[in-house]
Ligand binder design. Structure first.
Ligand code: ADP
Ligand code: MG
Length: 347
């Protein structure tokens, strides 16, 4: 039915090219639509404040493998990845809806387990589950979550607000979720070859948790509030630092330079990356799924943030058209490319 002769292959466009193509004709007829496609969440004018809306879908076989992702963690993660997009607007998540497509191979108990994780996340992040949809699926498990949040109008952080010379900052550390996935995939391959074997996961707790049960950075939004800081731009790190930095620079119509030795990588991540013959900084740049926040602050925030351990300064915004680079200590610069995640890449 869908012969590709004379048609454009999805892989030619990539995920972002496709979104751009499909949404370029979207009209804006409602005066309350403050911002549509193009940021971590859509922004709706609710009078005294903005309402934020964001959706993410997780598919079995694409985003998770039920052979090693515990169902409760999966439920938890499906909520967290959505809340992360609300925090990325400097907002506070309030409600979620959850839609699932389930095949008949699932038991009621298995679904209850997923919902135990969803409820746990709701409890931890103080959001309410307020609706959703349930259908049968012939192609594996599908979980789609929509998060709704709010933000004061003068506190919102778009991807597009960075200014030249702003400090580029990031929370936490990067690359761990990706290395966790590499370990799980490796042990799963061993297990498939020899089902009686025991997985070798010793000392890997941190990166496994980063992959299977990530957290969203609600603490940062509170920290900004406490310290009187206002990020000029922000995005969450779902596809990898390089890809997110390029999004931020493009949306802000600026260049950016980060310093390789400043990119935070946990020691377990580094150690496992070396084992896999992957440069740890490359894992941080291209890995994805860390759900940390990448943001910019005016240069004069330096004094306020230099002693805050949760905030790492990794670079600065540069003039329009100057490109997006990573520099090493010797001053060599490499151009960053969004190698992160191409949903339609052929293996
Ligand atoms: P994120 O990584 O923050 O979840 P995405 O890269 O998934 O963001 O999406 C980028 C933007 O494109 C968002 O504004 C999102 O709402 C929008 N978007 C993604 N897919 C579609 C689609 N199929 N139709 C309309 N808008 C979409
Ligand atoms: Mg995002």
């Amino acid at each position: 039915m869908f012969e590709n002769s004379g048609q454009t292959d999805l892989s030619q466009l990539g995920e972002f090219g496709l979104i751009e193509l499909l949404t370029k004709d979207a009209k804006k007829v409602q005066s309350t639509t403050q911002l549509g496609v193009g940021d971590d969440a859509a922004v709706i004018d609710s009078g005294d404040r903005y309402t934020l809306v964001s959706t993410d879908m997780l598919l079995e076989g694409v985003h998770f493998n039920l052979s090693y992702a515990p169902l409760k963690h999966l439920g938890y993660k499906s909520v967290v990845v959505n809340l992360s997009d609300i925090y990325a607007m400097n907002g506070t998540p309030r409600q979620i809806t959850v839609s699932i497509g389930v095949s008949s191979k699932f038991s009621v108990e298995a679904l209850e387990e997923i919902y135990a994780g969803i409820h746990l996340a709701c409890d931890f992040y103080q959001v309410d589950l307020i609706g959703g949809d349930t259908t049968s699926s012939k192609a594996g498990l599908v979980i789609s979550v929509t998060a709704i949040g709010t933000v004061e109008k003068d506190k919102i952080a778009y991807r597009s607000g960075a200014k030249e010379n702003d400090l580029i900052c990031v929370t936490g550390d990067l690359g761990g979720a990706y290395m966790g996935l590499q370990v799980l995939e490796r042990e799963y391959a061993v297990f498939k070859g020899a089902p009686s074997s025991q997985p070798d996961l010793e000392g890997m707790d941190y990166i496994l948790e980063r992959q299977l049960k990530p957290e969203a950075q609600r603490g940062l939004v509170q920290l900004f509030e406490e310290k009187g800081l206002q990020p000029t731009s922000m995005i969450d790190v779902s596809d990898g630092l390089a890809s997110e930095l390029i999004h931020l620079a493009k949306a802000s119509d600026l260049g950016a330079t980060i310093y390789g030795d400043k990119v935070p990588v946990d020691h377990v991540t580094s150690q496992v990356a070396e084992e896999f013959k992957i440069n740890p900084t490359v894992a941080a740049l291209n890995g994805g799924e860390d759900y940390e926040l990448l943001f910019t602050l005016p240069l004069d925030s330096y004094e306020k943030i230099k002693d805050i351990p949760e905030i790492r300064m990794i670079g600065h915004m540069t003039e329009k058209g100057s490109g997006v680079y990573m520099a090493d200590q010797a001053g060599n610069k490499i151009t960053l490319e969004a190698q992160g995640w191409n949903a339609f890449k052929q293996d």
